[in-house]
Design a protein around this ligand. Structure first.
Ligand SMILES: Cc1cc2nc3c(=O)[nH]c(=O)nc-3n(C[C@H](O)[C@H](O)[C@H](O)COP(=O)(O)OP(=O)(O)OC[C@H]3O[C@@H](n4cnc5c(N)ncnc54)[C@H](O)[C@@H]3O)c2cc1C
Length: 452
């Protein structure tokens, strides 16, 4: 079986990358930079690794990145959801339609499972590669000069050619890049979320069908609310999320306990199956969804500090793209550094932003559209209107799922640099990089597309 021992590494480029945060953005950037021959240090504030969170989805555009890490697919597949359909019902329990999600042959593998368990596998993999990941690192300051960039952590300066701030939604790196603190606003929504062992779900004849014959994925849509239920590991584990309107609080936390009775109260009048699921749940998380306007830029003045992942662009869960886009960021940057070379890091960072910005914004919008379709349809007439029902479909965009971030970066980097050099830009003028130099730099692997 392939493993991290088979991981391919390019010869050293001499590029030193300091990464803050060891979530999916930080770890992917670290692994991809290692693959491309850059040297990496990752600084994470947690004191120890913990399996945290509940359901997360890595779509085929992320699966394509994971497929280049020998042994990763084999480790992830057994712990992830393997259902082939998404069944939609109205909030009252009327069957609407079934969406075929068996698109792996077209787009490649995807992984939905426990965020902490998937994260643990990627974390261990990075460790097996010998990546220098340091825990208990609280970053107090970011700095950059024309020649280098770094951070101060627990009083120690860590200096590299570039800093990647992968420090999540409450990013300190973002404050450095923007020059002010980007405070979140109320979104008007919150999500009750839970992950549980399926024993109680299996006992109840109302809910048993969701766990007894393998994995299932079910969605209920209603006025300003939706409820998603997923079984995982051949029905052994179960997860549900309930998005609803909530104006109460804007604290962003993945660990804020919720109240099961409160969840039941907001689901008054809903399908008894939904209520039975919630009643069978020992505890849940109350995650307040906050809103941030798209940032004007993801990169610092001297273009030696870049925001990646949630620090740059938080996602609505209805996009199912937050982690996948975070991974695309890291993959793209590793290619940009390779093509630009150590002497041209700011050009690489500017190219990264230009390559990624519009795609990420378009991906974010899919989450807004999906939530609108789920919450604002005329739910009482949906069953009679197939065209309205079809709008409920999830994860259907080819441009999003078929994307290969690595191949794309190789392909567009020269053109993007040329455009930046010609003044079509975000940030400062590009100096010293000729288009012809860059074309010559594009390796043969540019056309590589992994079929998973
Ligand atoms: C504890 C936790 C639980 C989550 N659970 C879920 C879930 O159940 N479902 C879901 O869809 N998404 C979940 N997410 C969010 C999801 O992981 C991200 O939306 C997505 O994967 C993008 O990842 P990211 O690496 O950009 O951000 P994150 O996953 O948030 O990672 C950011 C990392 O940076 C670290 N960090 C932050 N500030 C500093 C600092 N100053 N110094 C050093 N390190 C710092 C954090 O500790 C964290 O490890 C969770 C995130 C966290 C942190």
């Amino acid at each position: 079986m392939p493993s991290s021992k088979d991981f391919p590494r390019a010869p050293s480029t001499g590029i030193r990358v300091v990464i803050v945060g060891a979530g999916f953005a930080g770890l992917t950037a670290a692994i991809e930079c290692t693959r491309k021959g850059h040297s990496v240090i990752v600084l994470e504030q947690f004191k120890e690794f913990k399996v945290l969170g509940d359901i997360i989805s890595l779509q085929p555009n992320a699966g394509r990145i994971l497929a280049r890490w020998p042994g990763m697919t084999e480790q992830l597949y057994p712990i992830c959801h393997v259902g082939k359909h998404l069944k939609f019902k109205s909030y009252k329990g009327e069957e609407l339609f079934t969406q075929d999600l068996d698109n792996e042959k077209i787009f490649g593998k995807k992984y939905s499972g426990h965020r902490g368990e998937i994260h643990q596998i990627v974390w261990k993999y990075a460790n097996e590669l010998g990546i220098d990941i340091r825990l208990r690192q609280t970053i107090s300051e970011y700095f950059e000069t024309d020649e280098e960039a770094g951070v101060i952590s627990n009083g120690v300066r860590h200096v590299g050619d570039v800093v990647l701030a992968a420090d999540g939604v409450r990013s300190k790196g973002r404050t450095k890049v923007l020059g002010f603190e980007d405070r979140p606003q109320k979104s008007g929504y919150a999500i009750y979320r839970a992950w549980l062992d399926s024993t109680e779900i299996r006992k109840n004849p109302l809910t048993r069908y969701m766990v007894e014959n393998g994995d299932t994925f079910n969605a209920w849509v209603g006025p300003d609310k939706h409820f998603l239920a997923t079984s995982v590991k051949d029905g052994k584990d179960f997860s549900w999320v309930c998005t609803h309107t909530d104006d109460a609080d804007i604290k962003e936390s993945w660990q804020q306990p919720g109240n099961i009775q409160d969840a039941l109260d907001i689901l008054e009048g809903w399908d008894p199956v939904v209520r039975a699921i919630v009643s069978a749940t020992p505890s849940c998380i109350d995650w307040k969804l906050v809103y941030r306007d798209p940032l004007p830029t993801w990169i610092s003045t001297k273009a030696r500090i870049a925001l990646i992942g949630d620090a740059a662009h938080p996602f609505l869960p209805t996009a199912t793209q937050g982690a996948s886009q975070a991974m695309e960021d890291g993959c793209t940057l590793a290619v940009c550094f390779e093509l630009a070379g150590k002497r041209h890091i700011p050009e690489a960072v500017r190219a990264y932003e230009k390559i990624r910005y519009d795609r990420v914004r378009a991906a974010q919008k899919t989450g807004e559209d999906t939530r609108k379709n789920w919450h604002k349809s005329n739910h009482d007439t949906l069953v009679e209107k197939p065209d309205d029902m079809r709008k409920l479909k999830l994860n259907k965009e080819d441009w999003l799922l078929a994307h290969d971030a690595q191949a794309h970066a190789y392909q567009v980097f020269p053109e993007v640099c040329a455009k930046l050099a010609a003044g079509e830009k975000r940030g400062e003028d590009i100096a010293g990089l000729e288009k012809d130099d860059l074309v010559a730099n594009v390796p043969n692997s540019m056309a590589e597309t992994v079929v998973v």
